[in-house]
Ligand binder design. Structure first.
Ligand code: B12
Length: 172
């Protein structure tokens, strides 16, 4: 089982103001590092791609992700970086539909399950803290995800549904 966690290169896509995203966001992606530590401790192969540390064109990035042969690509986005994150997920799905795509972070938590109705290249969202939920998902081989608390998943009707809420958080 191999998981890639990705921090997309966001930008102020609304325009109209000086774009300070790059200066502002040059920090290690703490949320994903915390998830990676938990997965690693459980023996799951995990890599982080931080697009602020290694910016590159979309096609090159997508090829690099596929070359690393992950079972799951987990993308962390706020609202500002969601469009860029989705572009990456959609390109990966187009070339490698077997890779399970999952989103977490502020935007997934704010919109929740309805996000899946409009963005077909996303297989699942993690709602809330990612550490335990990602571990449970990976240990389940990203199957039967509707049974795992803290996720939004696409039901048989093609619509977004939410599982039960997380009961235990990593930082409790
Ligand atoms: C610190 C912080 C920052 C730091 C980031 C530090 C870092 N190294 O990660 C900096 C200053 C860089 C930053 C930048 C921005 N931020 Co900020 N930030 C925060 C703040 C205060 C705390 C986030 C944090 O570090 N939490 C602790 C870490 C350990 O947890 P986490 O990152 O939340 O990750 C956990 C879960 O979200 C989830 N998760 C996250 N990613 C993923 C991915 C996957 C695959 C999975 C499964 C789960 C998962 O699991 C993680 C572990 O439990 C939050 C407010 C808050 N209380 O959450 C705002 C907040 C996230 N930021 C916000 C905003 C608006 C921004 C900026 C857009 C500001 C700007 N104008 O540029 C940028 C965007 C950054 C980006 N890349 O998109 C908003 C987002 C709102 C939204 N709907 O998008 C928030 C919610 C504040 C608010 N209430 O408005 N931010």
């Amino acid at each position: 089982m191999k998981v890639i966690l990705l921090h997309p290169y966001g930008s102020n896509w609304l325009g109209g103001m000086k774009d300070i995203s790059t200066v502002f966001n040059l920090m290690p992606p703490l949320g994903m590092m915390s998830i990676a530590a938990v997965l690693e401790r459980a023996g799951i192969d995990v890599e982080i791609i931080d697009c602020y540390a290694t910016p590159r064109p979309l096609a090159e990035l997508v090829d690099e992700i596929i070359r690393r042969r992950p079972d799951c690509l987990g993308i962390s986005t706020t609202t500002s970086s969601f469009n860029e994150g989705y572009r990456i997920a959609a390109s990966v799905k187009e070339k490698a539909p077997h890779i399970f795509t999952l989103f977490g972070g502020a935007h997934a938590c704010t919109i929740g399950a309805p996000l899946l109705d409009s963005f077909p290249a996303i297989d699942c969202l993690v709602i809330g803290e990612g550490e335990n939920t990602m571990l449970e998902l990976a240990q389940a081989g990203f199957k039967g995800i509707g049974q795992i608390p803290g996720v939004a998943y696409r039901g048989a009707d093609g619509k977004g549904w939410q599982s039960s809420a997380q009961s235990k958080n990593a930082r409790d």
